[in-house]
Design a protein around this ligand. Structure first.
Ligand SMILES: Nc1ncnc2c1ncn2[C@@H]1O[C@H](COP(=O)(O)OP(=O)(O)O)[C@@H](O)[C@H]1O
Ligand SMILES: Nc1ccn([C@@H]2O[C@H](COP(=O)(O)OP(=O)(O)O)[C@@H](O)[C@H]2O)c(=O)n1
Length: 236
């Protein structure tokens, strides 16, 4: 409230557990904008692939399952839904099976082509409907919306990210296992041939290790206002 309205696109990228989803949702809510969780889309396609029994290494089959999945991703920051043929899969896509398989499925070029086209369509629709959208993922600033008005690359120390994730999953005792998973996924996402995880040359890096969520939101609001992306009441 009182923050004004987002005009344009904010792209938030970074590795797992840096706070992209939490920050993007809060920023979109504060600025009356839409919110797009592209990771949820890769996770939903991965769930469809696992359910189909397809071999993760069978690139053509994986791409065919992705095309047929009937994926729909909502953009309401208060209730961001992910459905496959109308079935709400928002909980299932956060499970360990999907988390284990999502990086190899996301490295499939045909899957990326399909989802990037859909993400651009969603962004264009949001811009015409409400004027602003916050998009989070791994390749938003580099590939999906290279002309975004603000690109932020969130980072945080790997151990801090593992602690956040373990707390989120209620697995307080297995921080080391979560850390290993987070580091494995970062390595995979950063080294793939297509759209590897990396900051866009014009992205602002924001280290969230020692910031709480309110601090991250405040930093993002300042950056967006500084870029002239916020219309209406100014904070303060
Ligand atoms: N700056 C922060 N300080 C403390 N906890 C955080 C912070 N950012 C995120 N979290 C918590 O860490 C977990 C992962 O955050 P999330 O937004 O899902 O990260 P990402 O989308 O980058 O993977 C969530 O439980 C979230 O509440
Ligand atoms: N724009 C994106 C978003 C996610 N992904 C892939 O999807 C996986 C899950 O993304 P996510 O944002 O849900 O992951 P978390 O950071 O929430 O664990 C990532 O590890 C990437 O492999 C991607 O390749 N490109």
């Amino acid at each position: 409230m009182g923050h004004g309205e987002l005009r344009g696109v904010v792209a938030l990228d970074g590795p797992s557990g840096t706070g992209k989803s939490s920050a993007a949702r809060r920023l979109a809510s504060a600025l009356g904008a839409r919110y797009l969780d592209t990771g949820a889309m890769y996770r939903a396609v991965t769930l469809a692939v696992l359910r189909s029994g397809a071999d993760l290494d069978d690139a053509d089959r994986v791409a065919a399952v992705a095309r047929d999945a009937g994926l729909a991703q909502g953009t309401d920051p208060a209730d961001s839904t992910t459905t496959l043929r109308g079935e709400d899969v928002g909980v299932e896509i956060r499970g360990p099976e999907v988390t284990r398989a999502v990086s190899p499925v996301s490295a499939n070029p045909a899957v990326r082509e399909l989802l990037v086209a859909e993400q651009r369509r969603i962004v264009a629709h949001a811009l015409s409907a409400v004027g602003g959208i916050v998009v989070e993922g791994r390749d938003i600033g580099t590939v999906v919306v290279p002309d975004a008005g603000l690109k932020v690359f969130l980072t945080a120390d790997a151990r801090a990210r593992a602690h956040r994730r373990a707390r989120q999953d209620g697995l307080e005792s297995t921080v080391d296992a979560v850390l290993a998973d987070v580091e494995r996924r970062d390595a995979y996402d950063s080294s793939r041939a297509v759209s590897p995880l990396r900051p866009a040359p014009d992205a602002v890096e924001l280290d969230t290790t020692d910031l709480d969520l309110a601090g991250v939101l405040a930093a993002l609001l300042d950056l967006a206002a500084g870029r002239g992306l916020v219309a209406g009441p100014v904070r303060g």
